[in-house]
Design a protein around this ligand. Structure first.
Ligand code: DC
Length: 209
């Protein structure tokens, strides 16, 4: 398997900034798995699908033509600016809770990582537990609820962050939790560069043992 550093954690734990900075530092490609679920949700809403309709969403997840970089395209349409809309924030957890949807997305994520030339930093809930259980390094980021709500700031209400935590942590398929053996980093009041340093130390320890 190509080198994979998988980063998990709840909304606002710093996954996105840390994953970007870490991918830069290591020269790895960045896989934002949340963006994939968000892109699927944009398309599902555009087609008027019900976020509870597992069959229709699973079919869509399997058939979608999805491009992740440099912008997110669904069936050739640039949906990057729509990924973080209120409508998507409100529906994405439910869309992502279905087994059929997750199976299709996990397949895509593994195939994507296998194609990368150097390695992958994969960011998102379940990347350490389900998608890449054999990752070179698994990282679980945490932060206090107050700090996480503050970080989401303009993008999302405090209630929405707390509600997504609840849905993501209690869902039946792949609930959010720290993987066994993960390098756990509390990012409350810690600068991104220092979090990256801590992860590099974990990586050095894991790959030398
Ligand atoms: O990381 P994010 O906020 O962009 O993720 C959006 C939603 O997608 C989140 O509420 C849960 C879901 N998600 C998931 O279930 N599994 C992933 N690997 C990534 C995201």
């Amino acid at each position: 398997m190509n080198a994979v550093v998988a980063i998990d954690g709840p909304a606002g734990s710093g996954k996105s900034s840390v994953a970007h900075a870490l991918a830069d530092a290591l020269g790895y490609s960045l896989l934002d798995t949340g963006a994939m679920y968000r892109a699927l949700t944009v398309e599902a809403l555009a087609r008027g699908l019900d976020p509870s309709d597992e069959g229709a969403l699973g079919q869509l997840a399997r058939s979608l033509d999805l491009v992740l970089a440099p912008r997110v395209l669904v069936n050739g349409h640039d949906v990057d600016d729509l990924l973080r809309s209120d409508a998507v924030n409100a529906a994405v957890s439910q869309v992502a809770s279905h087994r059929e949807v997750r199976t299709a997305m996990v397949d895509r994520q593994r195939q994507w990582a296998a194609r990368q030339p150097v390695g992958t930093v994969a960011e998102g809930r379940d990347t350490t537990t389900v998608v890449f259980p054999e990752a070179t390094l698994k990282v679980y980021l945490t932060a206090s609820l107050e700090e996480r709500q503050r970080r989401r700031g303009d993008d999302e209400s405090a209630e929405s962050v707390a509600r997504r935590d609840e849905v993501d942590a209690t869902r039946e398929v792949a609930p959010l939790r720290a993987a066994t053996g993960a390098c756990v980093v509390d990012t409350t009041d810690v600068a991104v560069a220092d979090v990256v340093k801590e992860i590099m130390t974990c990586l050095a320890t894991r790959t030398s043992s």
